[in-house]
Design a protein around this ligand. Structure first.
Ligand SMILES: [Zn+2]
Length: 416
């Protein structure tokens, strides 16, 4: 048997193997370790995985990569990002530190509306160039699959433009990108007092156009007291579902308003944030196999005192995933290793649980667990070679990178 590539001399491979299922409860602490391992890759997929000497003796290859005794993990799956926008908002960060409130920032020309204003009329090429730069940084941090949302246009034309940018990113970058339509990110200024009119546009104009063009897999909505309430969310999501889109929610981030319960009722693929979700809602999510995507970097960036009940969720058997929530406002973090650190320090995850939540469970939360998120025969060869002594080192030593090489579908996409 001849393959395209063998990665050998791996001190340890954390396969995160799960047979294509997400990990729950105690399974999250099982990294599926292979010591002194190697991985044989053909046509971008894993053909063999096992002991280095067995694979080196039994399989020939066109090329070889020496891991120099490093550690190999699956590439990160980042299942919640907002990378398509024009300007960054570090000025607001400084204003927040100086004590400015959300309303004051908004009045000074900041906030989500400032992002919508510049992104809405931006041309395709500019948005593509900027998003590509951002995602290249994510790749250098080990991300090999991500979900990306529209939602900084809030009219049909600009939402479609942003989704086309996400489609073009998929073609021009070497990793897989899952597109999500998020026209329900906020009410446009002109509809602040007429929600029904905007919901009519969302359901009668935007969702049909998005589906007709086939440029989104998911429909997401911001369900929160100051944005879309439960009834409005149910209405929009049921519409999207009827049109064949899969569902996601930004739910119960700040106030417990029944978002988790609604995600369970509608069988969403995931509900994200959940900083204030009720335990009853979380248990309903568990029973409905709705992934809980937690975004601790957002709460960290906002200086929050409390975090989502990650420990409770894992112990209760929910499918728990982690994401960066990369966006220009509340969280300008593109590093999944940093998110792992915060999950450990702020929500009581073990390092291996944080790794499971960033790989196989994150893949489940965007419908990709059958070919992403773990190192198993037949799956895409998306992986990271780390220059670290143990898996615990990933969240332990935060703030700098220990990544030696990143591969996506068997191709080298980043080297230190
Ligand atoms: Zn978000």
């Amino acid at each position: 048997m001849k393959v395209d590539l063998i990665i050998h001399n791996c001190n340890l491979i954390a396969t995160m193997a799960s047979g294509g299922r997400p990990k729950r409860g105690k399974e999250m602490n099982d990294a599926g370790i292979v010591t002194n391992g190697a991985i044989a890759i053909k046509n971008g997929k894993i053909r063999y995985i096992g002991k280095s000497d067995e694979i080196m003796n039994g399989v020939t290859s066109n090329s070889y990569v020496d891991a120099y005794g490093g550690i190999v993990t699956p590439g990160f799956v980042d299942p919640h990002t907002h990378p398509v926008f024009v300007h960054t908002r570090e000025k607001e960060f400084a204003m927040r530190l100086a004590g400015a409130t959300y309303v004051e920032i908004s009045k000074a020309g900041g906030g989500i509306n400032s992002t919508i204003e510049t992104t809405k009329n931006a041309d395709f090429e500019l948005l593509l160039k900027l998003a590509k730069q951002r995602i290249r940084r994510m790749i250098s941090m080990g991300t090999t699959t991500l979900e990306a949302k529209s939602g900084y246009g809030l009219d049909t034309e600009s939402e479609l433009n942003q989704l086309s940018v996400i489609g073009a990113l998929q073609f021009s970058l070497p990793i897989d990108i899952v597109p999500t339509f998020m026209g329900a990110h906020e009410y446009p200024m002109e509809y602040k007092n007429d929600h029904a009119a905007y919901i009519k546009i969302l359901t009668e104009e935007m969702i049909p156009a998005v589906v007709e063009q086939g440029i989104a897999k998911y429909c997401d909505i911001f369900t929160e007291a100051h944005v879309f309430n439960i009834e409005e969310s149910r209405h929009v999501l049921l519409f999207a579902k009827a049109y064949g889109l899969k569902l996601k929610m930004h739910a119960d981030e700040i106030e417990p308003m029944g978002g988790a319960e609604l995600a369970a009722e509608l069988r969403c693929t995931s509900a994200d944030h959940l900083g204030a979700a009720s335990e009853k809602g979380l248990i309903a999510m568990r029973n409905a196999n709705v992934a809980a995507v937690l975004l601790p970097a957002t709460l960290f960036s906002l200086g929050a005192k409390s975090y989502a009940k990650g420990r409770f969720m894992i112990d209760s058997g929910l499918i728990v995933a982690l994401a960066t929530d990369y966006n220009p406002g509340s969280c300008n973090c593109d590093s999944m290793p940093m998110v792992m650190t915060l999950a450990c320090l702020k929500m009581g995850f073990t390092p291996i649980e944080a790794l499971a939540a960033s790989t196989i469970n994150a893949a489940y939360s965007i419908g990709m667990a059958d070919h992403k998120g773990s190192l198993e025969v037949g799956k895409d060869a998306d992986l990271i070679i780390w220059d670290i002594p143990s898996l615990d080192f990933i969240p332990y030593h935060f703030g700098s990178s220990h990544i030696f090489k990143v591969f996506a579908k068997g191709e080298l996409v980043h080297r230190a």
